[in-house]
Design a protein around this ligand. Structure first.
Ligand SMILES: Nc1ncnc2c1ncn2[C@@H]1O[C@H](COP(=O)(O)OP(=O)(O)OP(=O)(O)O)[C@@H](O)[C@H]1O
Length: 728
């Protein structure tokens, strides 16, 4: 445990970064030592890519470590407790542990071992008493024999005591570990279920610290109770019984008095330390959050030459943390000193009074040796108990923030309806039609069937058949903040299978409109309807399972190209992935990679260019074969030639589905069935490209100015190199 603490907090007790950012930081250092000209000559982004490459290529495949692990999902978590006192948390932990079917025999085994270890621990001083008493009279050969026998037996008892104590760990640890896994599983799942606004309000680094400390606390409390508090209580009862019998019950009362004073002192000071700990935790969250933020924005930091600025800001948090940590350490020092004093004074008094209060002649020298042994025996875990109690209090503080997250309810309650399945079944097209070696199962028309992985992605598309959803926005209004409306009464309709475009100036609310379509937020007025159903009444799984989004900024997982594409439909075969990559014009890029599909793309996909990342997102959409395709500036990072090729592919994908394109470059959406022009949160015009040009308003102006800009751009393109004179 001490080891874990050191790892988590660093040697000086300061928070350190988790392994991943550390690797990135190490890679950054290595990248720094490279010749900057070399890095710059290749491509501007190479500094960051080199860092990612060094950190990730060197890694072994983590999946190799997971062979043979359990695939069964952990049982549901009990309701988190209302408070975070030990009495509120204990029933929660009991409920947690009892879900494990092994608990009862393990608990029985651990109890037997506990009693055996405590009994043998107590019997050792009794043997010592016998050894001393044997030498109390005439010291002859027989007396020495008896002493040696007693000493040997005492040694055996101590060995047995240690073995039985150590065996309790393997007996109970699987239960504690299973509970830890269960808590971590459900917490992670819960956090993923929370809505986007929860995540936008929090820093990822800080959130991960809260979760990490929370799950650690659960196992800490477990250990404190099962391995320390209960065994110490059992030992105390046994020792007090023995002391009462040997001396007088008053001696036992004095032992109990020492324990009570010790506990009260510990409790009082720990309460004060808990307040200081809360501050330490907050600063710890901020420090980690700051570091993670800077590392995630590594490229920006580098390009603006702001390393020192970032380090200075980080250091401010570090110094705040340092102050708060020193304050808690001071409280801990006072606490430890008081505990030491109470224990030493109390136990000395117990021994002295045992001799004074007991009738003369009623006890032997051996009895005093035994009492000393017993008291030391019971005091040893007590010193531990103090540390454990402090840890326990701190764990309870850590749990407060953790339970707060666990009890946070998503602001978007799930609906109960599912999208009606498309009724028209046509011939298979898209991936099935063109996949080089489709599996037999996938070769069948599969309308209305959700994929076995449960993500709801459609597995087939139609050529000519219509599996699209209808979209209707009824006078919707929305703002991220109450006093700043973004959408002000937007109404529009798109028929199933139609393609539409949303265009307009930056900040007019186009992406916001798309977020409302997939219900990342709820509208504040009006309604969003898909297939005539208010999205608030739809199960979010059913809604998102029918949609594929190609976002404005694609961020990839730190995994292989193959796994990143497969994310569009986790059950997809390699052939389907290959076909999707082809449709997204990604194959030439993959062919140029050393490990092809198995190339790692780096942290957040940093090893790929913006256009390549965008094409991975497009490949995912092809794989998903959605009923509603949403492209938010899907080709903005591509050159014109690649853009045209991909637009043709996307148009093919869009056939028989409903599609919504947000684009700034109007030429990419002119073939859409309907174009909605937005300005300042309102739809100001709607129609086909030709209709809008004829109308001669906003769209026509945008078109003219873009055409003008394109012409000027063409004029600026220099002549081919060979046509230029070699010397001016
Ligand atoms: N999460 C958010 N919280 C608060 N305000 C936001 C949030 N996201 C967007 N906004 C604001 O909402 C407005 C509309 O943003 P939106 O992204 O929808 O515009 P857009 O038309 O898609 O712009 P662009 O073409 O530049 O992508 C902007 O003023 C933006 O600052």
């Amino acid at each position: 445990m001490e080891h874990t603490r050191l790892c988590a907090r660093g040697r000086a007790g300061l928070p350190v970064l988790s392994a991943r950012p550390l690797r990135l930081a190490a890679a950054r250092a290595r990248a720094r030592s490279c010749r900057p000209e070399f890095l710059r000559v290749r491509q501007p982004r190479t500094v960051c890519q080199a860092a990612a490459a060094v950190s990730l290529d060197a890694e072994d495949d983590p999946r190799a470590l997971l062979e043979g692990t359990s695939k069964t999902r952990p049982a549901k978590l009990p309701e988190p407790p209302k408070g975070t006192s030990l009495f509120a948390v204990l029933p929660y932990l009991c409920q947690l542990a009892t879900a494990d079917r092994q608990i009862w025999w393990r608990l029985g085994g651990a109890s037997v071992l506990l009693l055996a270890s405590k009994a043998s621990g107590i019997y050792a001083p009794i043997c010592l008493k016998k050894a001393v008493d044997a030498l109390g009279g005439v010291v002859n050969q027989a007396a020495v024999h008896r002493t040696v026998q007693a000493l040997l037996l005492s040694g055996v008892c101590r060995v047995f005591n240690t073995l039985a104590k150590e065996a309790q760990g393997p007996m109970f640890t699987p239960v504690a570990q299973a509970s830890g896994r269960r808590v971590a599983y459900h917490t992670f799942s819960h956090v993923l279920d929370l809505d986007i606004s929860f995540h936008l309000e929090r820093r990822t680094g800080a959130l991960s610290r809260i979760l990490e400390r929370g799950t650690r606390s659960v196992s800490m409390v477990f250990r404190a109770v099962v391995f320390t508090f209960i065994p110490t209580a059992v030992e105390l009862i046994l020792v007090c019984g023995l002391l009462s019998r040997t001396f007088t019950p008053l001696v036992s009362l004095m032992v109990l008095g020492t324990f009570v004073a010790y506990t009260l002192w510990t409790a009082a000071l720990t309460r004060a330390a808990a307040e200081a700990r809360k501050k330490v935790n907050k600063l710890d969250n901020l420090t980690t959050g700051k570091a993670v933020d800077a590392l995630l924005n590594y490229e920006t930091v580098k390009l603006f030459n702001n390393e020192q600025f970032e380090v200075d800001e980080y250091d401010q948090y570090l110094s705040g943390y340092q102050q708060a940590a020193v304050a808690t350490e001071n409280v801990a020092a006072v606490l430890n000193a008081g505990q030491g004093f109470i224990l030493s004074a109390g136990l000395t008094a117990v021994l002295a009074f045992a001799a004074l209060l007991s009738p003369v002649g009623s006890f032997t020298a051996g009895d005093l040796v035994m009492a000393q042994g017993l008291l030391l025996q019971v005091a040893a875990p007590l010193q531990f108990l103090g540390w454990f109690y402090r840890e326990l209090r701190q764990s309870l503080v850590d749990m407060e923030a953790f339970f707060k997250i666990l009890t946070t309810q998503p602001k978007l309650p799930d609906g109960h309806l599912t999208l009606p399945q498309p009724s028209i079944v046509g011939s298979t097209a898209g991936l099935q039609r063109s996949a080089s070696a489709p599996s037999q199962e996938h070769a069948l028309p599969q309308y209305g069937r959700h994929h076995a992985n449960g993500n709801g992605a459609m597995e087939a598309s139609t050529s000519g058949a219509n599996s699209g959803v209808s979209i209707e926005l009824r006078n919707i209004s929305f703002g991220y903040q109450p006093n700043r409306p973004v959408l002000k009464g937007v109404s529009l309709k798109v028929e199933p299978g139609q393609s539409c475009a949303v265009v307009g100036p930056s900040g007019s609310g186009k992406s916001t409109l798309l977020r409302l379509l997939v219900r990342l937020y709820d509208v504040q007025g009006g309604a969003v309807l898909l297939d005539g159903i208010d999205v608030r009444e739809l199960q979010q799984g059913s809604l998102r399972g029918a949609v594929a989004v190609v976002p404005q900024d694609t961020v990839l997982f730190a995994d292989t190209v193959r796994r990143n594409i497969r994310y569009g439909r986790p059950g997809a075969s390699d052939e389907e992935i290959d076909r999707a990559a082809e449709m997204a014009q990604l194959k030439p890029v993959i062919a140029g990679m050393a490990k092809g599909y198995d190339t790692l793309v780096g942290e957040r996909g940093l090893k790929l260019s913006g256009g390549e990342k965008q094409r991975v997102a497009i490949a995912r959409a092809f794989l998903r074969q959605p009923r509603l395709l949403i492209c938010d500036e899907a080709t903005s990072a591509l050159d014109t030639a690649t853009e045209q090729g991909i637009m043709t592919s996307l148009e093919e994908l869009a056939q028989g589905r409903t599609s919504v394109f947000v684009a700034h470059r109007l030429s990419t959406v002119q073939r859409c069935d309907r174009i909605f022009v937005m300005q300042a949160g309102k739809v100001v015009e709607a129609g086909t490209h030709d209709e809008l040009l004829r109308a001669g308003h906003v769209y026509a102006d945008m078109w003219r100015s873009q055409a003008q800009a394109d012409k000027e751009h063409e004029r600026c393109i220099p002549e081919p190199m060979e046509a230029l004179p070699l010397e001016a």
